[in-house]
Unconditional design. Sequence first.
Length: 147
Amino acid sequence: MQDSTVANNPYYSRIDTQKLAVTDEEWKKILPQNVYQISRKKGTEWAFSGKYWNFSGLGTYYCAVCGNPLFISDAKFASSCGWPSFYETIKPDSVIYLEDRSHGMNRIEVLCGRCDGHLGHIFDDGPKPTGKRFCMNSLVLDFEPKK
């Protein structure tokens, strides 16, 4: 379900694992405004508005900014939070974590392990086997159906 933003993004790759060092100024030129706002400015989309919050296709979810593989559909679960939710990443270094004390809350922010783009947050109220809920923004996810 890639969109036209990939064609204009020289940093997008589903096979390159090299860490990216791209300035926000450069990302702003490449990314659509709504993707830039979430990825680089730590925004969020409205609950129940994203294209993947209740999507149930089989396949792989990638970072929409850089193409980094993040989640497989087998780890996605129906959550009442209004955002796509997963209980684990494809591999441990797919994402990185930062403490987030913004908006008067104490949360753990989830960033893409390749481009450092904001994806969402992780909570300890998910299903077994991990008990984790990766609460992600649809706008910063790409999906490729299983072949």
